[in-house]
Design a protein around this ligand. Sequence first.
Ligand code: PGA
Length: 249
Amino acid sequence: MREKIVAGNWKMNCNESETIELLNNLKSIEKPKAIRVIVAPAFTQLAKSKELLNDTSLTVAAQNMNGAISGAYTGEISADMLKGIGVTTVILGHSERRSLFQETDEILAEKVKAALKAGMEVIFCFGEKLEQRKLNTHFEVVARQLKVALFDLPGSIWKNIILAYEPVWAIGTGETASPEQAQEMHSYIRSLLVSNYDKAIADDVAILYGGSVKPNNAKEIFLGLDVDGGLIGGASLKANDFMAIVNAF
Ligand code: PGA
């Protein structure tokens, strides 16, 4: 059966001392054993975070990686480098990577393949923009994002993929998809997994919702039968808020 997951995407926040403080605060708060918790600090804090969370069940993830094995890619980080410090989970396809750093579905398809080939677990983000939802093309947009980046992968690799549906209009805006909108899209995504693979695979893939999830709306959103958790931005930077979301299940 699929996992329930709450992941925190810290984005470009938290220097070393702030990272230590936030992680120590997270460690001090009880969480239900059945919920998997993932945190994604900045690259420079990953090694320290691994060390600090060594004695816990929390997973440390990277927010991005390059699809090449090595070479002349100034400023980039490879899967091998992440694995070298024990980080084996990576977020790919976040809407900020797509919009600010021109990462297309085709580029993401390459990155996903590289990460999976290196034995990493991928949290794959996707979702429609506001104008696409207004035009009622959100289902088509999401279907294309998944098709290009993921649907040519073999079924056996899906145990290493977590999906994160994040409508762009809800990220960092304070506006969330309603619980009904989230469930509607998540159930559609699961139906795509059934049609492209089979029901057993579809039933096992965790589909997270992301976009302005806060302690006061998490419970309602997580009630959706196909909503298996959340990818949290802003609220993951406060230990109490993040753990309140974890405890909202
Ligand atoms: P938010 O960000 O929770 O601040 O809306 C979500 C995300 O970017 O993953």
